[in-house]
Design a protein around this ligand. Structure first.
Ligand SMILES: Cc1cc2nc3c(=O)[nH]c(=O)nc-3n(C[C@H](O)[C@H](O)[C@H](O)COP(=O)(O)OP(=O)(O)OC[C@H]3O[C@@H](n4cnc5c(N)ncnc54)[C@H](O)[C@@H]3O)c2cc1C
Length: 267
């Protein structure tokens, strides 16, 4: 048994803007008076470009640029922050789906992963296989209530120890160490895991687009949500705010409730 401090979150990938491609497109439609802002992340520039393409609102109407401008548009918002602010306010959040972030969550339990994978829209998952990975060593995060109660903590540790020993005993009973056939080992490992605790530490890779992350953060940092998913999505929220301050400009931390809230929850 290995008691771990807290579930960890690593940002491992995010959408990049291919400036050469976007610039080539802008040139081909007649060079509108608009440029990606170098001070803003590629993702936020991509979101703005997607929105401006919809309405040909790169700049006010110019009859010399018929493919880039629109006679209905006499003025445009300047700057990514203002542009994205208006998108959030108007609730036209589909353009946020062009940008995604991928995290590896480590030492998270099956309690957590089971809740996380309920979020389907705009999400992708790859989860550590406990059919393949044998549980000779069980990492375990103790929730605060268990850690702060000595009797409960001792009980947790006893049970985890017992279940870990059971995994090893089953390995011995079936002589899994001496088997070469991987399929048989997989079947046995899968059978053993039925006696593993659902609080054991495991890993999941999760990709979500920014519209989905906004929704998940709102639902899962709420005080009504489970303790572990609140910790993990709280960490994800901080990374989102740091990476995409304009897309998350309406998200604030309510320190009394320990919750991230949105001015425009439905985008
Ligand atoms: C505090 C809390 C308690 C919970 N308790 C339980 C429980 O007791 N039992 C239980 O089973 N689950 C429970 N859940 C899980 C919950 O019911 C959802 O399954 C989960 O939060 C996923 O959210 P979502 O449905 O918004 O899906 P997401 O995939 O995150 O979808 C995002 C949004 O897209 C739209 N959408 C997605 N899929 C569809 C679709 N098929 N059709 C139409 N619109 C769609 C909806 O507007 C949805 O809100 C709980 C969740 C929380 C936060």
């Amino acid at each position: 048994m290995r008691i771990v401090n807290e579930p960890q979150v690593y940002l491992v990938a995010k959408t990049q803007l291919v400036s050469e491609g976007l610039n080539a497109y802008l040139k081909d439609i007649g060079n509108p008076d608009w440029q990606a802002d170098p001070a803003v992340s590629g993702g936020e520039n991509l979101i703005e470009a997607a929105g401006r393409m919809c309405y040909r609102s790169w700049q006010p109407y110019d009859p010399k640029k018929p493919e880039a401008t629109n006679p209905n548009v006499t003025q445009v918002r300047k700057g990514n922050e203002q542009y994205v602010a208006n998108v959030l306010k108007s609730g036209h959040g589909s353009i946020l789906e062009h940008v995604s972030m991928t995290f590896i969550c480590r030492n998270v339990s099956r309690v957590f992963t089971h809740e996380l994978v309920r979020h389907r829209a705009g999400m992708a998952y790859s989860q550590e296989s406990l059919r393949y990975v044998r549980l000779d060593d069980i990492p375990f995060w103790l929730p605060e209530e268990a850690k702060s109660n000595p009797k409960a903590e001792a009980r947790f540790k006893d049970v985890i120890d017992f279940l870990e020993k059971t995994q090893k005993e089953l390995s011995d009973i079936f002589g899994i160490k001496d088997l070469n056939d991987f399929t048989t080992k997989k079947h046995l490992t899968s059978m053993f895991r039925r006696l593993a605790p659902c609080g054991l530490g495991t890993s999941i890779v999760v990709t979500g687009n920014l519209r989905s992350w906004r929704h998940i953060i709102a639902m899962r940092t709420s005080p009504h949500a489970e303790a572990e998913i609140r910790i993990v999505t709280g960490k994800i929220a901080r990374i989102c705010k740091n990476e995409y301050p304009n897309v998350f400009q309406d998200m604030e931390f309510d320190s009394d409730a320990g919750e991230w809230t949105f001015k425009y929850p439905k985008v």
